[in-house]
Design a protein around this ligand. Structure first.
Ligand code: GLP
Length: 254
């Protein structure tokens, strides 16, 4: 595991941009897994800049998003489809036919989840999966207790997640209680996982994910099993580590 601790959110976003840019330049038809949330926004802004000013070409890239709320149409402002198009895809030359985001309005959700898994396989698997982490250690919508071998499926959101989301919805009836999410097993099949975390609010989850025993109660701890995990955290998110992480070597703090 490669763990890089950088100064702050801006530095984390800069480094993540280098990693993603290098992946696309090295392999123009890369399959990239995208995440939503506040964490990767700095990365997405920089990717748009790299496209506009440094010729970063997305035309052959295939994308798969981690998750989507059930019951929200893609045009809904809070849908992850809307997030991806407005924060990244609308501003780069990605081929819409190569974009995959789970469909929250699918009629047969189980069938849709199986189709999503098949699409990932047919695309040759995910080369680089971008990941954030929830304050409780979740990845995508794999909340604590999710099977570490799980595949794409429908999950009930925790009461906490539903409550946290309520503020984004004018109509309380629209607050989603379910999501479609890639499973922990699906995510861990990516050739490289790039886990990003910034801020004090993520410090406890990052400590548990990297320095404590692997457990389904902290789905992000599964990165310990990955053969090519790359973690970029800022000082605040790294503040609870007992060890100083230097490029894969963990040294006790003095
Ligand atoms: C949601 C998303 C995750 C994301 C997490 C953290 O639960 N499903 O994919 O990593 O939020 O979000 P943020 O980056 O805003 O802290």
């Amino acid at each position: 595991m490669l763990v890089e601790v950088v100064d702050d959110y801006e530095a984390m976003s800069d480094r993540a941009t280098e990693v993603v840019t290098e992946q696309i330049r090295k392999k123009p038809d890369s399959v990239i897994g995208f995440a939503t949330g506040g964490t990767p926004k700095g990365l997405y802004n920089r990717l748009i800049d790299a496209h506009e000013n440094r010729g970063l070409d997305f035309s052959k890239v295939t994308t798969f998003n981690l998750d989507e709320y059930v019951g929200l149409p893609p045009e809904h402002e809070q849908s992850y489809a809307h997030y991806m198009w407005s924060n990244l895809f609308d501003h780069v030359n990605v081929n819409p036919g190569r974009v995959h985001i789970p469909q929250g309005m699918a009629n047969d959700i189980d069938e849709h989840c199986q189709w999503y898994e098949r699409r990932i396989e047919e695309a040759g698997g995910i080369d680089l999966q971008i990941l954030g982490i929830g304050a409780n250690g979740h990845i995508a919508f794999n909340e604590p207790g999710s099977s570490l071998g799980s595949r794409t499926r429908i999950k009930t959101l925790t009461t906490k997640t539903v409550e946290d989301n309520a503020r984004f919805f004018d109509d309380p009836e629209m607050v989603p209680e379910y999501a479609i999410t890639m499973g922990v097993g699906t995510i861990m099949e990516a050739k490289t996982v790039l886990l990003l975390a910034s801020g004090e609010r993520k410090a406890q989850a990052m400590k548990k994910a990297l320095e404590e025993p692997l457990t389904a109660m902290v789905p992000a701890s599964m990165v310990q099993m990955h053969r090519s995990a790359h973690v970029i955290v800022d000082d605040e998110a790294a503040s609870q580590f007992d060890y100083r992480h230097h490029h894969g070597i963990a040294e006790p703090k003095d």
